[in-house]
Write a protein that binds this ligand. Structure first.
Ligand code: FAQ
Length: 311
C-alpha cells in the first residue's frame, strides 16, 4: 500500500499537477516545504524592518503612503505563507519560535542596512525584482497552497518593483547629489541581491531533490542569470551602473556574463555575522514579546465566543 501511495505521488508530480494538504506525501517532501515556506514567510516579516526604518522620514505624504502600503503588503505576504505552512501541520506559533530562537533562516538580504532614502527605491527595484524572478516560477510549484499564495504575492511584488523603479527615476531626474545617492545605493545592494537566489548550483544541497519534487522549477543559477539579464537594460534606462567590471553581453551565450558574488560574505551572513543580523532578530523578539497581550486577548475573546455558542 505504501508503494501505491508513493507511485500516486510520483505520478501527480510528474504530470505537474498539485499535491494538496490531505494527499499522502513523503515526509522529506513535507519537511522541505516547511523549511522553504517558513524561511520565505520569515523573510517577508523580517523584510519589513529595513524599509520600515524610513516610514517616519519619507520625503512627502505620497511617498509615505506608498511605503506604508508596501510594508503592510509584506506583513500580508508573511501571513499567507504562514497559513500555507500550517496546512503541512506546523503552527505559526511554532515557526515564530524557531525564527526568534535562530533555528530557522530568513533571506540574507535583510541583514544589510538601509542608509538613505534611495535604498527604499533600490529595494523595490532590485530586491523585489529578484523576489519576483524567483517567485513567478513558484506559482507552478507542486504544493497547491504554496503555489496559490504565490499568485497574489507576485501581483503585489510587481507593484512594489514599479514603485521602487519610479522612485529611483524621480531621483535620477533631480540633482547631482540625488543621482549620486542612487548610484551609491545600487552599488551596495547589487551583490547582496544576486545572493538572494542562493548558493551556486554545484554548492546547493537542496536544488536537485526540490526540482525532482517540483517544489522548485528552476535552479538558483538559472534564476540569477535571468535576473541579471532583466536588470541590465533597466539600469541603462535609469542611468546607473552595476559594480561589476566583468559584467558584459555574451552574444554566443545570449546572456550577460557577470562576476562571482562573494560567497564567503554570504556564508558569514547566514552564520549570523552580517551587519544587521543581531539587530533584526532583537527587534523581532521585542515585537513578539510586546504583542503577547494581544495574542492572549484574542484567544480569550475567541474562547468566550465559542463558549457562547455551546448549547
Ligand atoms: N538567504 O540548497 P539551497 C522577499 C539557505 S524575497 C538565506 O540552494 P533552497 C520579498 C537555504 O534555505 C526573499 N538563506 O536551498 C520581499 C538552505 O538552508 P538550509 C524570500 C539562504 O531552499 C522583498 C541553504 O541555504 N524569498 O522576502 C539563501 O533549495 C522586499 C542551502 O541553499 C524566498 O524565500 C539566502 N539568500 O534554495 C520582502 C523564496 N539562499 O537547508 C520585503 C523561496 C539559500 O541550510 C521587502 N525560497 N539559503 O536550512 C526559495 O526559492 C529557495 O529556498 C532559495 C534557496 C532559492 C532561496
Amino acid at each position: 500500500e505504501q508503494q501505491d501511495l508513493q507511485d500516486h505521488f510520483d505520478a501527480v508530480v510528474s504530470r505537474h499537477e498539485r499535491i494538496e494538504p490531505r494527499d499522502w506525501m513523503p515526509e522529506r517532501y513535507r519537511a522541505t516545504l516547511v523549511r522553504q515556506i517558513a524561511q520565505h514567510a520569515h523573510s517577508e516579516i523580517i523584510g519589513m524592518q529595513p524599509e520600515g526604518n524610513w516610514i517616519t522620514r519619507a520625503p512627502s505624504l505620497r511617498r509615505k503612503a506608498v511605503l506604508l502600503a508596501k510594508v503592510q503588503d509584506e506583513a500580508g505576504h508573511g501571513l499567507y505563507l504562514y497559513s500555507a505552512a500550517e496546512t503541512l501541520g506546523v503552527s505559526r506559533a511554532e515557526l515564530t519560535e524557531k525564527l526568534v530562537s535562530g533555528q530557522q533562516k530568513y533571506s540574507s538580504i535583510f541583514n544589510y542596512p538601509t542608509l538613505s532614502y534611495a535604498d527604499v527605491g533600490t529595494i523595490g527595484w532590485l530586491v523585489d525584482g529578484a523576489a519576483i524572478c524567483n517567485q513567478v516560477p513558484l506559482c507552478r510549484t507542486s504544493y497547491g497552497p504554496y503555489g496559490r499564495a504565490m499568485i497574489r504575492v507576485c501581483k503585489e511584488e510587481s507593484f512594489h518593483q514599479r514603485q521602487g523603479y519610479e522612485l529611483l527615476m524621480t531621483m535620477m531626474s533631480g540633482t547631482d547629489e540625488q543621482r549620486a545617492m542612487v548610484q551609491e545605493s545600487v552599488d551596495r545592494f547589487w551583490w547582496p541581491a544576486l545572493m538572494m537566489f542562493g548558493p551556486p548550483d554545484d554548492d546547493s544541497p537542496n536544488t536537485a531533490q526540490s526540482m525532482a519534487w517540483g517544489i522548485k522549477r528552476d535552479t538558483n543559477d538559472e534564476l540569477r542569470q535571468k535576473f541579471v539579464d532583466m536588470s541590465v537594460p533597466q539600469a541603462e534606462r535609469l542611468g546607473v551602473t552595476f559594480p561589476d567590471p566583468e559584467l558584459r553581453w555574451n552574444a554566443e551565450r545570449g546572456h550577460h556574463d557577470f562576476g562571482r558574488p562573494d560567497w564567503e560574505e554570504f556564508a558569514a551572513v547566514l552564520r549570523g555575522e552580517g551587519p544587521c543580523n543581531a539587530q533584526r532578530l532583537e527587534h523581532r523578539r521585542r515585537a513578539h514579546d510586546d504583542g503577547a497581550w494581544v495574542r492572549e486577548a484574542a484567544l480569550a475573546y475567541a474562547r468566550r465566543e465559542s463558549d457562547a455558542l455551546e448549547p
